[in-house]
Design a protein around this ligand. Structure first.
Ligand SMILES: Cc1cc2nc3c(=O)[nH]c(=O)nc-3n(C[C@H](O)[C@H](O)[C@H](O)COP(=O)(O)O)c2cc1C
Length: 200
């Protein structure tokens, strides 16, 4: 744990004051085989529940896998590059979102699902868990295996668990097992018009 904390500080520095949670959360690939208590998992999804959404439609749904049987079903649609490291993680959750409302198509469902996923990851970090979103899945297979209705878009699987040891990973992933950085704020924040930077 101490070693990981040092690593985050080596790789990440906030240029403006923020809650340390935001830079201490990162997406590892080494997870312990340790189970996550149910009440902890429920808190993590409770946080996602309180995400804002267009018209408060809450289009997100999460399908959780934590039994051997359910985890094996998930493993069947996770692409090999991701499966190579997430096989031992104790909990996986597929995030999907309803693409339509009673009034017609919901243009916000993807935005809303992303927000809920971010809330989930921050709450997980607060509870001492690590998470890693994986878009690298076979969506058609996931639809078939988990019997997901057509009106739901399939997004990503979120790996949820406790940070493991880097040397348990396949060799090619060990060197990537560290927090990455971000573009500077002046590259992503504009004022007035596109590309007009606020920070000189
Ligand atoms: C929508 C989405 C899809 C992602 N897909 C994958 C993936 O398939 N495999 C993977 O190893 N990481 C995946 N990631 C993790 C990102 O690479 C990671 O979040 C990003 O590099 C930032 O690093 P951090 O989360 O450690 O801060 C995905 C993240 C998001 C948000």
């Amino acid at each position: 744990m101490v070693q990981t904390k040092t690593k985050v500080e080596n790789n990440r520095k906030a240029d403006y004051p923020i809650d340390p949670l935001f830079i201490n959360r990162w997406s590892p690939r080494a997870f312990l085989e340790k189970e996550v208590p149910e009440e902890v998992l429920l808190s993590v999804f409770e946080a996602a529940r309180w995400a804002p959404s267009g018209f408060n439609n809450q289009p997100w749904r999460f399908i959780l896998a934590r039994t051997k049987e359910n985890l094996e079903l998930f493993h069947s649609f996770i692409l090999p590059g991701n499966l190579s490291w997430c096989k031992t993680a104790p909990a996986l959750a597929l995030i999907v979102s309803e693409t339509e409302t009673e009034q017609g198509p919901n243009p916000y469902h993807e935005f809303d699902a992303g927000t809920a996923s971010g809330y989930l990851e921050i709450q997980a970090a607060k509870q001492g868990l690590s998470t890693h979103v994986m878009g690298g899945i076979d969506r058609e297979k996931a639809r078939e295996v988990l019997q997901i209705p057509e009106k739901f878009a399939i997004h990503s699987v979120i790996v949820i668990g406790y940070l493991g040891e880097k040397d348990t990973l396949p060799e090619n992933l060990q060197e990537r097992e560290q927090p990455n950085s971000r573009r500077p704020l002046n590259e992503i924040l504009f004022e007035g018009k596109f590309n007009q930077t606020l920070i000189k």
